[in-house]
Design a protein around this ligand. Structure first.
Ligand SMILES: [Zn+2]
Length: 511
């Protein structure tokens, strides 16, 4: 059956929103896109429940004070609803996927991996990976949620001083009602770690040796950050209270975290976000007001990601920045080649739709993607997976496997270049915090990108082979500056720019 007439089940793909959660439009989607669409949930009297369970394909999923909760087929539920049965319009997801209880009660990590995860299982899995792969992972708590749950990050990197290397971010679960997005992020960790000598990783994949070598190299040369669950409070709500409300964070009225980032926050663009607490697109009281948003912003400021994939469900698209309507991208534009290559590496595993790179799906503002692109020049993509929350063993696994190539392609694309890896040194030869820009690029949104203080580095991933002129200006002592012409055809082209102490701009030295 289709989802027509159903409640909001996605980022808004099923909705044409004007900032409220009532303007539903029916969008025909094939059955199986969302597991919940196959079922209906009824609340029946204790006396009647055994008979129904015996005679119908029905499953008892909860015992409550007001009755027994049973899961039946969507058609059965519809028919009984007409006959006056009590029907739950927005059941918690644990009524759709009651096996979550088995996963929670198991001590075996292989069982935890075998279905969708709630916030507790995500935490167990991350801690388990950190324990099993001490040489390749480090666990970080990057913040706490409104309801004081930890927001955890797993850094994949081997060897010494990974903080000096190019950083990549894979994050999921900004929206707690998109558990498949969490799977995509976790899958990156499990795939890369499967290349290492097995240490009891319950989810280890069989990786051909050539690929294993590549993955080990990524972990030796990069720092790869996995934040599988940005919004643990929302995921808790999704499983235990309401699928709809699970989209937002744990604030009383719930904030849509992917409308809360500062870039174009409250842009005034019609329908992009809402100032109404209670709306599914509520942007929050101020830019970056939410602890979850701030945790991600702090992490990004510290690590200066060169590439970020932010997983959502389920438009089957890669959004290339800026996705905010009205925001202008610097010219020449970078990001389209990268986004298109990502798309080519992904498989939707849906018969009716393949991945596609687009600028946007519908009006938005305050997204993590655009904030990252603007603040740090990150090649930041929102990656909308190919299903909502499909039946895990079939559609779920297929979608996760189809995403894998797309995710890993972000690492190989950076390495294949052309990527100009600029290191700016001050006159004494130490890494410098400097403002860097391409002089051949017209800046449209006041972007002012800086090198990372720790490394003096900033990366320009070009849209194709070519040359450019890079200018670096010391932050604080603007007399120290330099510019240099760089050409890069492929791969990583390292360039060192040494700032000179000339105070007179006419003496800027090209090196
Ligand atoms: Zn989303």
């Amino acid at each position: 059956m289709s989802l027509s007439g159903s409640l909001l089940r996605s980022c808004g793909v099923l909705f044409f929103s004007f900032g409220c959660n009532t303007a539903a439009i029916a969008v025909q989607e094939p059955s199986g896109i969302d597991w919940a669409s196959r079922f209906g949930v009824l609340l029946v009297d204790a006396e009647e429940a055994p008979l129904l369970i015996k005679t119908l394909p029905a499953r008892r999923v909860a015992v409550r004070e007001d009755g027994i909760v049973i899961r039946v087929s969507a058609a059965e539920a519809k028919a009984r609803r007409k006959r006056g049965y009590r029907y739950l319009t927005d059941p918690p997801f644990k009524y759709i996927d009651p096996e979550i209880e088995d996963r929670l009660s198991s001590a075996d990590p292989a069982v935890w991996w075998a279905g969708y995860k709630d916030e507790e299982l995500v935490e167990r899995i991350i801690r388990n990976l950190a324990q099993n792969y001490p040489e390749h992972t480090t666990l970080f708590e990057i913040g706490r949620t409104h309801r004081n749950r930890p927001i955890l990050a797993l850094r994949l990197a081997s060897g010494l001083r990974p903080e000096l290397r190019p950083a990549f971010l894979f994050n999921g679960g900004h929206h707690g009602n998109e558990p498949l997005s969490i799977e995509y992020a976790l899958d990156v960790a499990r795939t890369l770690l499967s290349a290492t000598p097995a240490r009891g990783n319950a989810a280890a994949l069989s990786i051909p040796s050539a690929e294993a070598r590549t993955y080990l190299k990524y972990m030796a040369e990069f720092q790869i950050w996995i934040v599988p669950l940005v919004n643990p409070d929302g995921l808790h709500t999704f499983w235990n209270h309401s699928q709809l409300a699970g989209r937002r964070n744990g604030r009383a009225q719930g904030v849509d975290l992917n409308r809360n980032y500062p870039f174009y926050w409250n842009s005034g663009i019609r329908g992009a976000s809402s100032d109404a607490p209670g709306s599914v697109f509520y942007r929050g009281p101020a830019p970056g007001s939410e602890p979850e948003t701030r945790a991600m912003m702090r992490l990004a400021d510290e690590r200066r990601f060169v590439v970020s994939l932010s997983y959502h469900t389920f438009a089957t698209k890669v959004l290339v920045p800026y996705t905010t309507s009205g925001a202008m991208t610097s010219v020449p534009v970078t990001g389209w080649r990268f986004g298109s290559e990502l798309v080519s590496a992904g498989r939707s595993n849906r018969p009716d739709k393949e991945y596609k790179a687009v600028r946007n799906l519908y009006p938005v503002d305050g997204t993590d993607q655009d904030w990252l692109a603007h603040a740090f020049g990150t090649l930041a993509f929102i990656v909308e997976g190919s299903y909502q929350t499909p039946d895990f063993p079939t559609g779920g696994r297929a979608s996760i496997e189809g995403m894998r190539g797309l995710s890993l392609r972000s690492l190989s694309l950076y390495a294949e270049g052309p990527t100009i890896q600029v290191t700016v040194l001050d006159p004494s030869g130490l890494p410098a915090r400097a403002r860097v820009r391409r002089l051949d690029q017209a800046v449209m949104e006041g972007e002012a990108h800086e090198t990372q203080a720790r490394t003096g580095r900033f990366d320009f991933v070009l849209d194709g082979p070519g040359e450019t002129v890079i200018q670096a200006v010391h932050l604080g002592r603007e007399g120290f500056r330099a510019q240099t012409k760089v050409s890069c055809r492929s791969g990583i082209c390292p360039v060192t720019i040494r700032l000179t102490g000339a105070m007179d701009p006419d003496q800027w030295v090209a090196q």
